[in-house]
Design a protein around this ligand. Structure first.
Ligand SMILES: CC(C)(COP(=O)(O)OP(=O)(O)OC[C@H]1O[C@@H](n2cnc3c(N)ncnc32)[C@H](O)[C@@H]1OP(=O)(O)O)[C@@H](O)C(=O)NCCC(=O)NCCS
Length: 333
């Protein structure tokens, strides 16, 4: 039997550059509250959200992805022709095929990079980083562009008291490439499909078109159950990610959880007994929950505020519909 060749890649992988794009339209709680009989005070107290960003007609999934990707590529110093794969994490690109990643790969000027979309909801960005790290280390790609992007305002039910105030739009991107030293720790990831009903589309596309009054399939969520799962189970996953990276909470500079709810972030930080020296991402106050885009957007704000800098050690943990989750420790570019 013929023996097939195998490949090995770089000894390690790391993030070489990050980019972000926030839609220009700022939507304060005051614009949301009337339709759901709520108040700015209630929303801030229960979720930590003061305002969110919603995309305008020109700020499509492709346009926001490209803006974030261009920034990440420029900051990485990598020539787009060196990018061998583009992975886009999203659940709100409504052209089902082809993958939006192919458009990004072309517009960026890659040389026909492999390009595909992944669906892991709010956990999408960390799934993408894990894939990219493995691709670089296995030799299947030299450099990988990972994008997390959403236009959740298209599928948010503005009359739903439990979710109208939470979701938002935006994009973030990372270029992952070779490294002599470890820059992305082994991922801890998984899914609890028994609870797939907790956050999901209200209808599938067939049900939408058969409906008497067709409309976008809104996200529906059992907020209380999601809250409990995220606050308790995800703190354990975060600890496992630290263990796999071989570091203690004291070694961390930044904690960057998915921006789901400020109270979930606080509950996780308490459960992990994070020391006060660890800077915690709190982008949700001004950005809302932008699902796959939330971690790179949160990092973007931490850099801008001086809470993150090159060489810092950051724990990323993302979780959401599925219920899917992924966590890893990275060295910041
Ligand atoms: C959505 C969320 C903020 C709701 O908070 P909650 O404390 O669970 O709210 P509940 O549904 O238990 O309702 C509590 C009370 O607030 C009221 N309420 C619910 N929504 C309200 C709103 N938008 N405005 C004002 N009051 C509201 C309820 O009627 C209820 O009143 P009652 O006590 O008089 O019966 C919370 O469940 C949450 O953040 N869950 C996680 C969501 C999330 O992170 N999703 C993304 C994961 S990727």
């Amino acid at each position: 039997m013929a023996e097939l060749r195998s490949t090995t890649g770089a000894p390690h992988a790391r993030i070489l550059g990050l980019g972000a794009y926030r839609p220009t339209r700022v939507v304060p709680n005051s614009e949301i509250v009337d339709r759901i009989d709520s108040s700015d005070e209630w929303i801030q107290q229960r979720s930590g959200i003061k305002e969110r960003r919603w995309a305008g007609p020109e700020e499509t999934v492709a346009a926001m992805s490209l803006a974030a990707a261009r920034e990440a590529v420029e900051r990485s110093g990598v020539d787009p022709r060196q990018i061998d794969a583009v992975v886009v994490a999203t659940v709100s690109h409504f052209m089902q095929t082809p993958a939006v990643a192919t458009q990004i790969a072309f517009e960026l000027g890659t040389e026909q990079a492999a390009a595909f979309d992944i669906s892991a909801a709010c956990a999408g960005f960390c799934h993408g980083v894990a894939l990219a790290s493995d691709m670089v280390r296995s030799g299947s790609a030299g450099h990988v562009l990972v994008v997390g992007v959403e236009r959740l305002s298209d599928i948010t039910d503005l009359d739903d008291r439990g979710s109208a105030f939470i979701f938002s739009d935006g994009a973030g991107a990372a270029v992952v490439g070779p490294s002599d030293t470890p820059g992305i720790s082994p991922v801890v990831w998984g899914s609890d499909g028994e609870q797939f009903d907790l956050i999901r589309s209200r209808q599938d596309w067939r049900e939408v078109i058969e409906d008497d009054a067709p409309r976008m399939p809104h996200l529906v969520m059992q907020g209380n159950s999601v809250f409990r799962w995220a606050s308790f189970t995800m703190a354990k996953v975060a600890q496992q990610a630290l263990d796999r990276a071989g570091i203690a909470p004291e070694d961390l500079d930044c904690f960057v959880p998915h921006q789901a709810n400020m109270r979930i972030t606080d509950a996780m930080a308490r459960a992990m007994k994070l020391p006060a020296s660890v800077r915690i991402a709190r982008d949700i106050a001004e950005q809302g929950n932008s699902s796959a885009a939330s971690i790179p957007l949160a990092l973007d704000r931490m850099y801008a505020d001086g809470d993150a800098k090159s060489g810092d050690t950051a724990l990323l943990i993302a979780f959401g519909a599925g219920l899917a989750y992924a966590a890893q420790v990275v060295v910041l570019p």
